[in-house]
Design a protein. Sequence first.
Length: 284
Amino acid sequence: MNDPSNSSSGKGSYWLSVFSLSQREIVRFLRQRTRVVGALGQPVIFWVLFGAGLYGSFQPPEWASADMTYQEYFFPGVAVMILLFTAIFSTISIIEDRRDGFLQGVLVSPVPRSVIVFGKLFGGTILAVGQAILFLIFGFCLHWFGLAPEIQLNLTVLDWVAVLSFMCLLGLTLTGLGYVIAWPMSSTQGFHAIMSVFLLPMWLLSGAIFPVGSSGWLAWVMWINPLTYGVAGLRRLMYSGSISPDAAGLPGLVLSLTITILFCVTCVVVATLLTNRRSALNTR
């Protein structure tokens, strides 16, 4: 049998199926109002409380300007937090779809299994980036009303395009990571356990909350953490006018982009391989 994606009509059917699954993820999310509030409300609370609590004790890292406040430093980290948690929670639907029988129905349909992968990834990415954009707008509104004067991002239109493009790449990467974790699991409780012992520390040790050190075992853990380069890349794009390209202690933009792309490709390839592999778990 020929692959339906080989013909023009097959390609149209393929991407229509991807769009349908992505749309289903978005509609499901919008209908669950508690998810909408929780996914955006918790990071905002973190940003406000951490910013207020550490305002006086924060020492700007070497690469930052001397007048950088903790709220300004933490701002890109919270944006990545929103991308991470929204992307990760959107992939919990894999476990729910398997339990409800919807996933099995898609698996036996004539469309390639990669439709499931890209449908979930694109839907999760749209949700993650959309909420991150809302947070950026929230931050600028606070700055506009004088409640957060330190948030000053003097970005051009091209800079904004670069920031949004990088957030899309990072959102796709983190959704792919969540997909890889969720696919072999059969319970949401196990997924939450993995999130607590792996995904949350991954974000904590990415330079989002505190700068990467120059020595010690913790610094090594942070340097080998791929999310460190996602946070650094977004930070450099958002503060391109105040951070030197060769600033020490902060990964360069080219390095951050390269590692994030490699991490993204790895997650997508592994997700596709897991989906194409036959498993008794999908027959339940």
